[in-house]
Design a protein around this ligand. Structure first.
Ligand code: GLP
Length: 241
């Protein structure tokens, strides 16, 4: 693991955007694994700025998002499809046909998970995966469990996640109870992982993830076994490390 401790959220975002930009420049048709949540918003802003300055070309870039809420339509402003369009895709010259997100409206969950895993495989796997960190240690929507899930699957969200994510919804009751997410195996097959963490509320779980025992009870701890992880975390998040 390469760990970069940066001053604050802005520095984290700039550094993350530089790492992603380097990936796009060195492999213009790369496959980016993308994340949602508040953590990568600044990173996407920096990437949009680089595109506007003429530093980046997304025309050949392909993407696969980590996860999607089950039951939300693409035009729901809380869907991750909407999020990606709003924060990145609609501002750059990406070919929307080359962007992939699990279909939250799929009725047959097992079929949708198998389809999504096939999509990633047919892209040749993910070159660079962006990850945030949930307060309970989740990555994507891989919640604490007694095993690591190998592939894309449908999960029941924990109370802690529902509580954390309700800020984006009218009320906790509106937060979907399930989601589709890449599995831990899917994530671990990415050739490179950029793990972004910001804020004192993540300090305890970040310490457990980076230095605690590797256990499915702290899903992010598996990253200790990945050969190419770039951790970019701010001082507040690194406070316990
Ligand atoms: C969400 C997402 C994750 C994200 C995490 C942290 O539930 N599924 O991919 O990393 O929670 O979110 P935030 O960045 O808002 O703290």
């Amino acid at each position: 693991m390469k760990i970069y401790k940066v001053k604050n959220y802005d520095e984290m975002s700039k550094k993350a955007a530089s790492v992603i930009a380097a990936q796009i420049v060195t492999k213009p048709d790369c496959v980016l694994g993308l994340a949602t949540g508040s953590t990568p918003i600044g990173t996407y802003e920096c990437l949009v700025e680089k595109y506007r300055n003429g530093e980046l070309d997304f025309s050949e870039v392909k993407t696969a998002n980590l996860d999607e809420y089950k039951g939300l339509t693409k035009d729901n402003d809380q869907s991750y499809y909407y999020f990606m369009n709003h924060h990145l895709f609609s501002h750059v010259n990406i070919d929307m046909a080359q962007t992939n997100i699990p279909d939250g409206t799929a009725q047959d969950a097992a079929a949708e998970c198998a389809r999504y895993e096939d999509v990633i495989r047919s892209l040749g796997g993910v070159d660079l995966q962006v990850l945030g960190l949930g307060h309970d240690g989740h990555i994507g929507f891989n919640e604490p469990d007694d095993h690591f899930a190998a592939e894309t699957h449908c999960v029941d969200l924990t109370e802690m996640t529902i509580e954390a994510n309700k800020r984006f919804f009218a009320s906790a009751d509106d937060v979907p109870r399930q989601a589709f997410t890449m599995g831990i195996g899917t994530i671990m097959r990415a050739r490179r992982i950029v793990f972004l963490v910001s804020g004192s509320d993540k300090a305890e779980i970040l310490k457990k993830s980076l230095y605690g025992p590797v256990t499915p009870a702290v899903p992010a701890s598996i990253l200790q076994f990945h050969p190419d992880v770039v951790v970019i975390a701010d001082e507040a998040a690194m406070a316990g490390c």
